[in-house]
Design a protein around this ligand. Sequence first.
Ligand code: DC
Length: 228
Amino acid sequence: MTNNNIPVITVDGPSGTGKGSLCGRLAETLGFHLLDSGSLYRVLAYVVSKEKISIEDIASIVEQAGKLDLSFEKKGELVSILLSGEDVSAQIRTEESGNKASKIAIIPDVRAALFERQKAFQMSPGLIADGRDMGTVVFPKADLKIYLTASAEQRAKRRHKQLKDKGNDVTVAQLLNDIAERDQRDSQRQVAPLKPAADAIVIDTTNLGIEEVEAQVRALIEERGLSS
Ligand code: DC
């Protein structure tokens, strides 16, 4: 149990494993708060582009990380992200934002600047935390740690479907390339690299539908008495 007795369930893993869908469903059914930590890195990437800050200008990126004016609005399973009151949810969901987010997430001072903001999401009655380092760094004492994996091919196919539904015509081959590059960067970085916590339960979602993944995690939640 975490130090203030508010339960935390962490879900880490690379993109395209179904983390976002799983976390949205769990937060909704349990009535817990939801932290989509990737959205913080994505918003920062969006600000960096908007302010025309060079990716090499670490001091300015860190400064922006420290003063992000963010708020979140829950809409069913989804959470809208507002930057200075403006809904930027659609703008930050592009491949470009994800890739740029991964590049700025390497900077240790950026991670430090966003750390407390993430901790603050731990509010009653509980938290579902979605990311790369939720179980290893941000909530090391979480009550349940899940790590989702899936083959790169399956993840590219899922991402392709999501983007096609939004009218984007990127190819599976291009996505496979992006995924390999991002995995490499996220898992090789010095600070808080993508990896399962020692006490995480790893679920391979390559051949599982979201309902099956959710059922497995729900069983673990019941087993640990976290759903009351
Ligand atoms: O989960 P996502 O695709 O929205 O995350 C975008 C990038 O942000 C990801 O490639 C790496 C970074 N990230 C991170 O470093 N740590 C997290 N806890 C979440 C995301």
